[in-house]
Each structure stands twice: as C-alpha cells, then as structure tokens.
Design a protein around this ligand. Structure first.
Ligand SMILES: NC(=O)c1ccc[n+]([C@@H]2O[C@H](COP(=O)([O-])OP(=O)(O)OC[C@H]3O[C@@H](n4cnc5c(N)ncnc54)[C@H](O)[C@@H]3O)[C@@H](O)[C@H]2O)c1
Ligand SMILES: O=CCCC(=O)O
Length: 452
C-alpha cells in the first residue's frame, strides 16, 4: 500500500493500492491507443478542453488545495495560489500552443522547406511532492496541447493529489487515457521507461532520482528532461535597496516552507550592509507565522515528512559544529523546523555546499563583486541566482558571468508560463514552460520539397 500521511498531525490521510502488473499494462495500452486519435485532434478542440481544465481548477480550488495541505503540510493560502497558477498554465498553452508549434519555413535551395513540430506519443512524468499540482501541470498542459499523452508517476506521499489531477482532466472532458495517474512506487519506473509504448520521460526531483531515470532512458535512447535540485544564491550588492531586498529575500527562502528548488538558499551580503541587512532580515523571519497548514494565517507549515525535517536539522547542526552561528531558530519537532537563520557561513559547510530543502538559510559576506560571483558559481547546482543592486547597467554587465539557468535582478527566481524554466550543472537539463518547454517533446521534422 502507498500511504499519504499528514505531516502536521502524523495521521494517515489515505491509503492507495499499488497497481498490479496487468493494470499497468492496461494503462499503457490505453495511453498508446489514445495517442493514435489524440494526435489528430485540432488545436482548437484541445484548447477548448484545456480551458475547461482551467475552469475546473478555479471552481474547485478549495477542494484541491485542502488535499495538498493535508498531504504535505503546505499552508492553505499557498496551496490555493498553486492551484490558481495551474489554471494559468492551462490557459497559457490553450492560447499559445498553436502559435508555438506553427511550422517554420526555412529558405534553402528547395522548392519549399520547413520544420513541422509533431507529437511523439506517450510521455512519462516522474514528479516530486513539493508542488504536487504545479509540477505536474507545467508538464501536462504543454504535453497535451502538443498532441502527446501523459502518464504520471507521482511522489508516493501525495497520491491523493495525483488522483485529483487525473480527475481534473476527466472532469474537463479529456478523452480517456489522455492523462493517467499510475499508483506506483519508484521501483516500477525502470520497466515503464523501457516499455516501447513510452517514448520519453521527464523527471522533477533530486539528483539521484534524475540520474537513475536518465540512465535507463539513455540506454533505451529515449529523450529525457531533468529538473533537479538547486541552491540559488541571493546576492546583495552594496548599493541594494535594503528594505525592499529584505522583503524579497524572506519570500525567496521561506515561501512553501522553504521547499522549493528555486528558493534562495544562500544569502550573500556585501560586508558594508551585512549588519543592517541581517538585523532586518532576522526580524522579518521571526515574524513569520508558523502553525496549522489549514489555518489561513499560517505562512510556515511543516516540512512534507518527518525525515525531511531531520535531514535539514542535521545539515544545520553540522554547519554549526563547523562554526556557523545560529541567529534564529534551529529547533525541530517532528516535521516542523523553526525558521532558521545562520550567520558566519563558509563554503565548506553543508548549508552552503548542499541543497537545503526547508526553512533555513545561511549568510555569507563578501568584500568584492568578483568574490560574490565566484561564490555563486562555486555551487554544483545551477538553477538560478537573484542579484540585488540599484545599478541596472552593472547588473546587466555581470549577467553573462553566472553559470545558472536563470538570473533575476531585484526579484526572486520564479517560474512563469511565459518564460523558459530549467537548470545547468547538476540542476538538470532541458527546459519547461514557454515555447522552449512545449518543444521538448515533439519531433522537429524537417520537410523538403524539390520540384523537377
Ligand atoms: N528543478 C525543479 O524544477 C525542481 C522542482 C521541485 C523539486 N525539485 C527537487 O526535488 C527534490 C525534492 O523532491 P523529492 O524529495 O520528491 O525528490 P525525489 O527525487 O526523491 O523524488 C522525485 C520523484 O522521483 C521518484 N524517484 C525517487 N527515486 C527514484 C529512483 N531511484 N528511480 C526512479 N524514480 C525515483 C520519486 O518517487 C518521485 O516521484 C529536491 O532536490 C528539489 O530541489 C526540483
Ligand atoms: O520547486 C521548484 C519549482 C517551484 C516553482 O516553479 O515555483
């Protein structure tokens, strides 16, 4: 059985029976058969269904959000915002997919030559628990609009949300088999990737999971997209607007109780403003309200599982043993970890070197701009970086210096359906969202006409 456990009170939310071999086979058959008809459906018809999915999400956001909060401890207001963002991505692709995938004429010596973007078939999505709806919708909306079929292997701890996502597409009127949730543990993934009915795989999650999935896909010569972890830096240069930057950095680190791949996890402060900034930052973090995720006023919930809070506590304790100073928090109770701020953090410490997936941040100071850039690039991760300065020309001049998939100036790194999203280095490869995202799982077919 697969279990969802409420991390706030440790009660079982629901149990789910894993699919049998025969049920998996039937689901893949259904998906494969559906592809034969779905690939011929017009953009207009697909867009109509995708807009219905958006409507369904908006009309029932409370119901879906409550299950997210119960399964992984996300504060309810943030869970509702997640559902609203899913509605947005559905609308975005309903509106733009046809434009993104319009054939592209290329002038050559041919009578006519162009590239057409065609669906490839059934795509497996292996997804994490931190944004149980959003991670899936940002794959599913473009995939379905491109004419592909989606099968989902979600994190075991959010299986109710996974079933709810299938329900959204069913309620919207998508034909059977367009999108199915497979109730499975990760040990079954290898066989599914190797199945000839699966044409490609996308994984959002950790490096070990990404490596395991990509190796199998590689052996089978199947396309993969990996959206993995991050350890984004928040770099505050000496001329930054301190009050605005403090607010943005608190959001960047502590929203979703710190469980976001693109959260700002390393705070790099110019030494000239470090004292004032740290004082204001710690004050605002202290004011964040922890509590029951179902309470509208709660901003910090629990982590999604007790072991995740234990892992983070260990990273904090080891960093403290190496010389970091606890400026706030640091204590854990079951899946709850106090919002934590550490000072005197150096690059050898776990909170700098590793990804910290929860409400904790380490502060490191720098003297020279070059030193800040080097500290950012020192990370093995490369998802994104936020830089804060009033001098936009300076900001623009250093953008090429960063090795990350995204640079945000005076803003936290965030995902937006209109912009490509993805990383470099061990944060993965490929892009989601925007035109780049929808073009990951299509056959870019070269068409060439000669005329005798
Ligand atoms: N880049 C992004 O967009 C992004 C977004 C969210 C989370 N993440 C990352 O995800 C991690 C947290 O999520 P998580 O704990 O659910 O990650 P995880 O890697 O443990 O799990 C992600 C998914 O992969 C599956 N999985 C795990 N091990 C596997 C294996 N060996 N073979 C096949 N499948 C396997 C899981 O069952 C789950 O469905 C963090 O590192 C975070 O940064 C990245
Ligand atoms: O966890 C990573 C993705 C979060 C987001 O897209 O906002």
């Amino acid at each position: 059985m697969i279990e969802s456990i409420n991390p706030y009170n440790l009660e079982v939310v629901e149990k789910f029976k894993e699919l049998t071999k025969k049920q998996i086979d039937d689901a893949l058959d259904c998906a494969d058969k559906r592809f034969q008809s779905w690939k011929k459906v017009s953009f207009e018809e697909k867009a109509k269904l995708m807009r219905k999915a958006s409507q369904e999400l908006k009309e029932n956001k409370q119901e879906y959000a409550k299950d997210i909060s119960l399964e992984m401890g996300k504060p309810i207001k943030q869970a509702i915002a997640e559902i609203e963002k899913c509605a947005w991505v559905c609308e975005y692709y309903a509106e733009n997919a046809e434009k993104h995938l319009a054939p592209k004429t290329i002038k050559t010596d041919a009578h006519k030559s162009y590239v057409s973007y065609e669906p490839i078939g059934v795509v497996l999505a292996v997804m994490p628990w931190n944004y149980p709806f959003w991670q899936v919708f940002r794959f599913a909306a473009p995939a379905l609009m491109a004419g592909n079929i989606g099968v989902l292997k979600h994190a075991s701890s959010v299986m109710k949300s996974a079933n709810n996502i299938q329900k959204v597409f069913e309620r919207a009127g998508f034909p059977d088999g367009c999108f199915q949730n497979l109730v499975l543990g990760s040990s079954k993934i290898e066989d599914i990737i190797r199945d000839s009915r699966i044409k490609a795989v996308t994984l959002t999650g950790s490096k070990p999971a990404g490596g395991a999935v990509a190796s199998v896909a590689g052996e089978e010569i199947k396309k993969s997209v990996l959206e993995l972890g991050g350890s984004n830096a928040l770099v505050v240069f000496k001329d930054a607007n301190i009050d605005e930057t403090v607010k943005t950095c608190v959001q960047a680190r502590f929203q979703n109780t710190g469980q976001s791949c693109i959260a700002g996890k390393r705070l790099l402060l110019h030494e000239s403003l470090a004292e004032e900034f740290t004082e204001k930052f710690v004050k605002q973090v202290r004011e964040l309200k922890s509590g029951d995720p179902l309470d509208e006023d709660t901003f910090i919930g629990t982590l999604a599982r007790v072991n995740l809070a234990e892992d983070l506590e260990k990273q904090i304790n080891e960093s403290v043993e190496m010389g970091a100073e606890v400026l706030l928090g640091g204590k854990r109770s079951d899946a709850y970890l106090e919002p934590t701020v550490l000072g005197n953090v150096t690059p050898e410490m776990p909170v700098f070197l590793e990804e910290t997936f929860g409400p904790a941040i380490g502060i490191t100071t720098f003297k020279e701009d070059r030193e800040a850039i080097d500290l950012v690039n020192m990370s093995r991760f490369g998802l994104g970086v936020s830089i804060f300065t009033e001098d936009l020309d300076f900001a623009e001049s250093i953008v090429p210096e960063f090795e990350d998939g995204a640079v945000f100036v005076n803003e936290l790194v965030k995902s937006d359906p209109r912009l490509p999203f993805g990383g470099t280095k061990i944060s993965g490869y490929g892009r989601e969202l925007s035109e780049d995202g929808i073009k990951e799982f299509v056959n870019k077919k070269t068409v060439y006409f000669n005329k005798y």
